[in-house]
Design a protein around this ligand. Structure first.
Ligand code: P6P
Length: 339
């Protein structure tokens, strides 16, 4: 089986501009994820649970594993020298480096180092989500915020690592989606899911229905559509919701399905962040033949205004997202936040 390094070097020729810097950056992310894998897999044993006592910009208590994962990715990207700035869910401000090599890095990374971390102590799959853009600012100095505030359509790569029954790295560079499973006995990511395609249709919808009374009418109508018991409807839907974006999306990517975190009457922009949750997942979904939007507009075309901004999110099988968009556009035009 092909290793991640072999695959990345082989595909490196897909990039006219990258003479190996990009391959190095991707491998650095792979290295950091192995360290996170090791700690996640012994979370129940080592005293690395419990709150670090600090809170991230979302006001969420930071668990030690959050902080550990964040440190690993920041260190690995610094060591690799290809990245000049990072937007991380765990850091209020942009992370830059004080060394000349990094300040000449061609790329910037937006990352959620450990998404779904409230699931750590109940042994539910969690994940890392990341996106890569080329810097726009002058090299030779640290990256700046505007380097990160680029549309998703400008991304050069996106991926996630799911720490579940196995640890998998799934990524795209705009030429399809490939999945690599970590063989912990040798510490190598091996190509296990080549050229992943999401089914156009599916029968899984993933949403936190506890928020039902706050949902837009369009979402309520879509849920009713899924639950329609008219025998002619032939819609054998089922709901699956883990509360971990990476785990819910990964299952739907392989089986077909839709994940929704819509805006609500309480939070018009929903909960998920554009730069390091929705954009990377949207890029992967599209590259696998699926769709992603805020209910009205393609996620990748939303112009980011701030590092931690939120956006409503509908992502998954093409036909399912289109049906949900139909209901949103018909019943909930007032929820169109990105005018
Ligand atoms: P809720 C985890 O905090 C996360 O960002 C996603 O991974 C997950 O899908 C969602 O939030 C869960 O949010 O409000 O349903 O608990």
């Amino acid at each position: 089986m092909k290793t991640l390094i072999e695959f990345v070097n082989e595909k490196q020729n897909d990039f006219s501009y990258a003479s190996g810097e990009f391959s190095r950056l991707l491998n650095d992310i792979g290295i950091a994820s192995k360290y996170v894998h090791r700690e996640v897999n012994k979370a129940g044993l080592a005293d690395i649970l419990g709150y670090e006592g600090t809170q991230n910009i979302q006001g969420e208590d930071q668990k030690k594993l959050d902080v550990f994962a964040n440190d690993q990715f920041i260190k690995a990207l610094k060591h690799g020298g290809q990245c000049c700035a990072i937007a991380s869910e765990e850091n209020d401000e942009l992370v830059t480096y004080d060394n000349q090599i990094s300040n000449n890095g061609k790329y910037v990374v937006a990352i959620d180092p450990l998404d779904g971390s409230t699931n750590i102590e109940v042994n539910v799959s969690i994940g890392t989500v990341f996106s890569v853009h080329r810097r726009k600012s002058e090299p030779g100095k640290p990256g700046i915020e505007s380097d990160l505030l680029q549309r998703g359509t400008e991304m050069v790569a996106a991926g996630y690592v799911i720490y579940g029954s196995s640890t998998m790295l799934v990524y795209t560079t705009g030429n399809g989606v490939n999945g690599f499973t970590l063989d912990p006995s040798v510490g190598l990511f091996l190509l296990s899911h080549a050229d992943i395609k999401i089914p156009d249709g599916g029968n899984i919808y993933s949403i936190n229905e506890a928020n039902y009374i706050y949902f837009p009418e369009g979402v309520k109508e879509y849920i009713r559509y899924c639950q329609d018991d008219d025998p002619k409807s032939l819609r054998p839907y089922t709901t699956r919701y883990i509360g971990s974006l990476v785990a819910d999306f990964h299952r739907n990517l392989l089986r077909g399905g839709i994940y929704m975190y819509p805006g609500t009457k309480k939070n018009l922009n929903g909960k998920l962040r554009l730069l390091y949750e929705c954009n990377p997942v949207a890029f992967i979904a599209e590259q696998a033949g699926g769709k992603a939007s805020d209910g009205f507009r393609r996620t990748l075309e939303i112009q980011p205004e701030s590092l931690h901004q939120r956006t409503p999110f509908f992502v998954g099988s093409k036909h399912m997202v289109e049906k949900a968009e139909y209901f949103m556009q018909y019943f909930s035009k007032d929820f169109d936040t990105t005018k």
